[in-house]
Design a protein around this ligand. Structure first.
Ligand code: HEM
Ligand SMILES: *[C@@H]1O[C@H](CO)[C@@H](O)[C@H](O)[C@H]1NC(C)=O
Ligand SMILES: *[C@@H]1O[C@H](CO)[C@@H](O)[C@H](O)[C@H]1NC(C)=O
Ligand SMILES: *[C@@H]1O[C@H](CO)[C@@H](O)[C@H](O)[C@H]1NC(C)=O
Length: 335
């Protein structure tokens, strides 16, 4: 159902873009974004975000991965506009949508925002804070610290259906994944590179145990593609096969807080946690990439690819210039 929604929306978006460009109207792009957008208006912005992120991760290291995932949930749903933060009064917002169920990081984004409000009132958008926090979450887990584009403004609309339709569920196969990404103008390379984010963090049994351990394709059995040596370990952690089981499992058990290439080694030996991780082996291009990264000696190429793919994701449907607003409180109520 969700996928059907995505396909329909893709057609609508494509049609709207065609109409807009055909009639000479500007199609919203990422024109207003620039590295160092706050250089004059708030020169210490990036430094302050990093300092705050250091404290946040030192207090609770599980918040690093959470804040990386936060950017996906903002950018894939109505663009990188901080709409994930809004508390909706009159309709169900993105925050309360099913795919956001286990999302964490709301208070931390607000905390970084208040630090920036002290330094440079009403200047730095919540949308940019989300993107900078994700970048620093990667860096603080020994990943690259790539330059981030800033200049996004905050949106005022948040609707649960957008989250339901646009976020790929963990049970997605390779065909579904490519559609979810292509709707966002992201290609197979963005898909395979960004999936490597699962080199840090954890997932709840409820997100994968049904698909992979107990009820593969609704057949009441284990996913035959799952590594048979690894499966018993997962079954030990996720005993019940209950879709609401909130027990956490590390996605990259060897180094769950280190941003490295081990995700690709895991996936290549059929130990990816989700159907969507395993699915990267089902397509020639993504499979070749997984294989190459699984045996790479250096992280250089991957870190370069990651910077590029995160920049692409950071450009999704952004509000710039006079569009949107700068909010004082990221979660501010909307009607
Ligand atoms: C390709 C499609 C993707 C699917 C189907 C997917 C799905 C999921 C799911 C189900 C979880 C676990 C949620 C839970 O059980 O609590 C998760 C965690 C995570 N995802 Fe993804 N994801 C995808 C892509 C991405 C991308 C593009 C990023 C990049 C930002 C990302 C970053 C993360 C991180 C860092 C976590 C760990 C969160 C934590 O430890 O709190 N994922 N993902
Ligand atoms: C397995 O999936 C099928 C089809 O979705 C469903 O009818 C069945 O109830 C599920 N079984 C269990 C044990 O969850
Ligand atoms: C399963 O994982 C082990 C390492 O834990 C690996 O040696 C083996 O090759 C994997 N099997 C498959 C079929 O990928
Ligand atoms: C939205 O809800 C608030 C508080 O519940 C109410 O005051 C406001 O009038 C509502 N707005 C609309 C457009 O219905």
């Amino acid at each position: 159902m969700a996928l059907l929604g995505v396909v329909v929306r893709a057609l609508i978006v494509a049609a709207a873009a065609a109409v807009a460009s055909g009639s000479g109207l500007p199609v919203p792009g990422y024109d207003g974004l620039a590295v160092g957008f706050y250089r004059k208006t708030c020169p210490q912005a990036e430094e302050l975000v990093l300092a705050e992120m250091r404290e946040i991760v030192a207090e609770d290291r599980t918040l690093g991965p959470a804040l990386l995932r936060f950017m996906l949930h903002d950018c894939f749903v109505r663009g990188c506009d901080a709409s994930i933060m809004l508390i909706s009064r009159n309709q169900t917002g993105e925050r309360d949508a099913v795919p956001s169920y286990s999302l964490r990081g709301y208070e931390q984004i607000e905390r970084i925002k208040s630090r920036l409000e002290e330094a440079c009132p009403m200047t730095v958008s919540c949308a940019d804070i989300i993107v900078m926090a994700a970048r620093d979450a990667v860096y603080l887990s020994k990943g690259p610290r790539y330059p981030v584009e800033t200049g996004r403004r905050d949106g005022k609309v948040s609707c649960d259906m957008d989250a339901n339709n646009d976020l790929p569920p963990p049970g997605s196969n390779i065909v579904d994944l490519k559609i979810y990404f292509s709707v966002k103008n992201l290609g197979w390379k963005d898909l395979v590179v960004l999936s490597g984010s699962h080199t840090i963090g954890r997932a709840q049994c409820g997100s994968f145990a049904g698909d992979r351990l107990y009820n593969y394709s609704g057949q009441g059995k284990q996913d035959p593609s799952l590594n048979a040596t690894y499966a018993p370990e997962l079954r030990k952690a996720c005993v019940a096969g209950d879709p609401k089981d909130e027990t956490f499992v590390e996605m990259d058990p060897g180094s769950p807080y280190t941003f490295d290439l081990s995700y690709y080694r895991e996936v290549y030996s059929n130990k990816g946690l989700f159907v969507s991780d395993q699915a990267l082996l089902a397509d020639k291009w993504t499979r070749d990439y997984v294989a190459r990264m699984a045996s790479a000696y250096s992280t250089d190429e991957y870190f370069r690819d990651y910077a590029e793919a995160m920049t692409n994701m950071g450009r999704l449907e952004v509000l710039t210039g006079d569009n949107g607003e700068i909010r004082k409180v990221c979660s501010a109520y909307v009607d």
